[in-house]
Design a protein around this ligand. Sequence first.
Ligand SMILES: *Cc1c(COP(=O)(O)O)cnc(C)c1O
Length: 714
Amino acid sequence: MVRFEHEILFTPIPDRITRLRDLAYNLWWTWHPEAQDLYRTIDPELWELDYHNPVDFLRDVRQRKLEAAALDPDYLKQYDAVLKRLDSYVNAKKTWYTRHFPDVKGVQIAYFSAEFGLHESLPIYSGGLGILSGDHVKEASDMGLPFIAVGFLYPQGYFRQRLDASGWQFAEYNKLNFADVPAIPVLDPDGREVVIEVELPGRTIYAKVYRFQIGRVPLYLMDTDIHPNSPQDRQLSARLYGGDQEMRISQELVLGVGGVRLLRKLGIAPTVWHMNEGHSAFLVLELCRELVNNGMAFDDAMQEIRQRCVFTTHTPVPAGNDAFPLAMIEKFFWNYWPQLNLTRDEFMSIALQEQQWGPTFAMTALALRLSNYHNGVSQLHGHVARGMWQWLYPGNSQDEVPIGAITNGVHTASWLAPEIRALYDSYLGRTWEDNLDDPKVWKKVHQIPDKVLWDTRQDLKHQLIEFARARLQQHYIHIQQPAPVWPVLEEGILTLGFARRFATYKRATLLFRDIERLKYILNRPEMPIQIIFAGKAHPKDDPGKHFIQNVYQMATQPGLAGRIVFLEEYDMAVGRALTQGVDVWLNNPRRPHEASGTSGMKASLNGAPNCSILDGWWPEAFNGKNGWAIGEEREYHNHDEQDWNDAQALYHLMEHEIAPRFYSNRDADGVPTAWIETCKEAIATVAPAFSMRRMLSDYVNQLYLPAAGVAVTS
Ligand SMILES: *Cc1c(COP(=O)(O)O)cnc(C)c1O
């Protein structure tokens, strides 16, 4: 049982259901809707008000409601079943890992990431990278990998998105109270708080450590907002991707160097170190420093560290890769390179990049140089990354550059609608989840009766429309304006979803290239279409904010009003509602800028086919029957020409392929049989191959076990 000083703040829980507290402190509940139901059914309104956060909920709930639940036999039956499941999960001796590698002992994987997207109530993620990290940790738990994760706890998290009456995005930062989230302060054997230290120019910074329990996996997050630090340093971990470059290098020092020290302090000795993106790459320096400190020459230390390090690059755009001016590196590391027995120039040369805007110290170069195992996140991205980093491997052709590719996936249980899960439970066989990356399992979706799948999908769309209307209502309350007079969204009609970060390369406004044509396509009386948008622009990305404003204003134009809506604050809850509820998922980035993308995988998993540019993961998945490809598989030199061609291709698909398929061929029950065929094909092809299970078993076989020195034969 978890206990705290602030115990007093909790509503007393009747003995019979006292383990609701334990459950709240294991984020296993985030991917088990039946566990969330244990809170929701006690007080559904409060559950919404507390944004699905069980820790908050247990503090705010009325005692008499808990007492009523403790006397309700139906509730208790559900309660016992969920806790039994949690216990047998946590204590399981047989897991995917023990089944596949019964003889492998002593492996310990440490996974570092700057952000983790675990649940909407824990806003320490900004977008795809964080969602991927969160899914990675959850799946590592499901598979029983020897795995720990390290990152930052940001008291102000990532910003909350608000739009003013003109559709201009502004940021709201709400302070996260750590007593409100399932954060467990980490104590040493003497019961004192674990605090780690990192030297910054002219001072030492301290970070306190919290543990989050993700099923079987511990996630350690550092927080610098503690007493001995100066006010400025207390702000260091305040925000994800906030502040200037100096703030950023400080954060990355704490993440990389501090993260290693944290694990040492806890007595954890990883055999594999995984840097998820370059933000944590300073950790390789700290690992070298440890060896040099024990008397090893730097070059030997580097060889040894390399063998244990894994690095995943995510950014096909040069400007997206962190790189620091040499003067800044000098300021932060002049005291550090002597500890590596290196001169200034030797130190700089480890990660010197002269390709872009003069010499810099590049985190991706550092990570590539000091890891033997590295990968991009889709096959196409692997190719692009080999081109980008070819200069690091003189004498090699692009194809010979040693950067492989493992395509991303999504954590099935986290993104699956409970209603769709019920169908899989009925039709895929009892053990489908044990083998969820096996395509044979998913062939059975074709046995789901068309009408059953159709009705379920229509029900999910209905839920989404209600959700969207409620969100819009909230927005008009915030801006203190009356809600619009036109009907917002229409039940039953073909509904497309577009939600992602509003980075300009994702081209959220591509659909509006030809407004008259769009109006025509959305308003054909026999084949109407509506589109729900959501997405945040980085607080410093004004072009991205203009895109949002553009979409927002389009949604008020005659002919588009009611057919197009923009939902504020794209987060994991909105992401779930959209990917589970729309009919088609839309993605139109400027190829080849999308490293992978995962939202389309979530939609397909729920039976909503993907309509996308052949970028990121989609060229690997698209088979002509499981969704649609916008435009051709080619590169352009002229952006304007590319945008125009892609827009035309998209209009054509919507008008002549997607809408007719949705509205025609209805059987006696009104079910569009050809459409349902596409939905089933999307599920059958995407769910196994683009699952986090498949991704992580590739990581284990191709990266983790080789880095741990284990020979893999499979
Ligand atoms: C899945 C998801 C993402 C990443 O999706 P992309 O396809 O990479 O855009 C970003 N944000 C949220 C909230 C998500 O759920």
